[in-house]
Design a protein around this ligand. Structure first.
Ligand code: UDP
Length: 453
């Protein structure tokens, strides 16, 4: 009989713990992506194990998220926070720990979906050790990122090599926007197989709170003009551009303007330096009386912050996808974003928001004021934004596309394996014609039983 293909998959996110609190230190979009994808895939019947590096002795080794989906924290290097650029040295330890886990559990994954370049190296190392299919999502491309940051870190050369290699060796690359695919093709290689499957968001959660309700909950008056940023404190996020644009805004001295900069840890953490720098600029420009830093915002409270906003600003210098953008859009709020990366895909200028060149304070000021000055138009943009997210960026739709991709790869893999085995066993006994018809029959039978249990 033809073997049933695997129903168990491993997602690997070595530095982005899917069970971490989001919004602090280095925890951001990748953590959210892996967790949401994992849970949505479990909802489609997959057994999903999400592997990450254990970053403190107190952390649980296994976290159950829902039926069929868990995070597994492997010990690789110190059980302590290690900045992402320093984790690469622990790749072999991570692969050893992964294989030990498989042996202990009595499982053997046929497919890994790796996230970010460090996990790409883990998948490639696994492929060196045994047969396993790899799907890879970059989340950020070094070749683009390093055009926008200085100084370039020591690890850059290694990262670029790994990113180029995995494009060729993985069974499939998942680009989250047409722009990302274009960067891979123009800046990395013409080889490799790339599918475009965007990031998604929970359209029930984001969109569940109305504007009046949100403003009441946060103590914001109906006639205030509210501009919101949500995200990590990292220089590449461009928060400085937003702050300087607000300082130039027509609304600056109106007594009606409120700027909310959400996200980040308490002082003393790795992102504290950028937060202090931004707070310093806010003071220096005299914006402190109407600028608020609520710190890390929980998933529960986030829809309230978005819904209370007149607009959300995503002023990144570089943004591979930008989950905050589609979260805000799902809450019917227009977005003013930089004209870079995934934002060129998610934001439709003049339809769902506006785009401005990165670091261009004047252009951001113009875009912010246009939306603040035209509330009726802003509401229209917000409604269009919601529709765009429903059509293109819901987790259910995204997970379904990923599920189809895994299924296709695993079916091809199982068919190849089966054909090899059959060939070895039976070539000696049977005429080639009968072997071929057996294979054909097996493939047809399999295609009628494809859905995961
Ligand atoms: N986030 C959060 N709380 C915060 C700040 C950010 O939950 O206080 C979440 C945000 O909602 C989004 C993710 O962190 O889901 C950031 O993802 P994005 O792709 O926008 O940026 P990245 O962190 O990947 O650069």
């Amino acid at each position: 009989m033809f073997p049933k293909r695997e129903n168990r998959i491993a997602l690997i996110s070595c530095h982005g713990d899917p069970a971490a609190e989001i919004g602090k230190e280095e925890a951001g979009g990748q953590n959210v992506y892996v967790r949401q994808v994992g849970m949505a895939l479990a909802g489609l019947g997959w057994q999903v194990d999400m592997f990450t590096r254990k970053a403190s002795a107190e952390q649980a080794a296994i976290v159950h998220h829902c039926e069929g989906c868990r995070t597994i924290r492997l010990v690789a290097g110190p059980e302590d926070f290690v900045p992402r650029d320093e984790i690469y040295g622990y790749v072999p330890d991570f692969v050893d720990a992964f294989q030990r886990f498989e042996a202990e559990e009595g499982v053997r994954y046929s497919l890994v979906h790796t996230n970010y370049w460090i996990s790409a190296a883990i998948g490639m190392e696994l492929k060196q050790r045994r047969e396993i299919a790899q799907v890879h999502t970059y989340h950020s491309l070094g070749v683009v990122k390093y055009q926008n940051v200085s100084p370039v870190p020591m690890i850059a050369g290694t990262r670029l090599e790994v990113e180029k290699a995995v494009l060729k060796t993985a069974e499939r690359i998942v680009a989250t926007s047409p722009q990302e695919k274009e960067h891979m093709r123009s800046l990395m290689s013409s080889q490799g197989s790339i599918d475009i499957i965007p990031c998604g968001t929970n359209t029930e959660h984001f969109g569940s709170v109305g504007r009046n309700q949100a403003r009441q909950a946060l103590g914001i008056a109906a006639d205030e003009k509210v501009v919101v940023y949500v995200g990590r404190f990292d220089p590449r996020k461009g928060i400085e551009t937003l702050v300087r644009a607000i300082a130039a805004s027509d609304w600056r001295n109106s007594g009606k303007l409120r700027l909310i900069i959400g996200g980040g840890s308490r002082p003393g953490h790795s992102d504290g330096k950028e937060r202090e720098r931004i707070e310093g600029i806010v003071q220096e420009l005299g914006l402190a009386s109407f600028t608020h830093f609520p710190g890390r915002l929980s998933r529960e409270i986030l829809p309230t912050y978005y819904a209370a906003a007149d607009l959300v600003v995503v002023p990144s210098h570089y943004e591979p996808f930008g989950l905050v953008t589609i979260e805000a859009m799902a809450c019917r709020v227009p977005v003013v974003g930089s004209s870079v990366g995934g934002l060129l895909y998610t934001v439709k200028p003049e339809e769902t928001g506006l785009l401005a060149p990165p670091k261009d304070v004047g252009a951001f000021k113009e875009a912010i004021d246009r939306i603040l000055n035209h509330p009726e138009w802003a509401r229209q943009l917000g409604n269009n934004a919601r529709k765009r997210v429903e059509n293109l960026f819901s987790w259910q739709g995204v997970a379904r596309q990923l599920s189809d991709l895994y299924e296709q790869i695993l079916t091809e893999q199982a068919t190849r394996k089966f054909a090899d085995e059959l060939y070895q066993q039976k070539l000696a006994e049977k005429p080639v014609r009968s072997l071929a018809s057996e294979l054909l029959e097996a493939t047809l039978t399999d295609s009628s039983t494809r859905k995961p249990a």
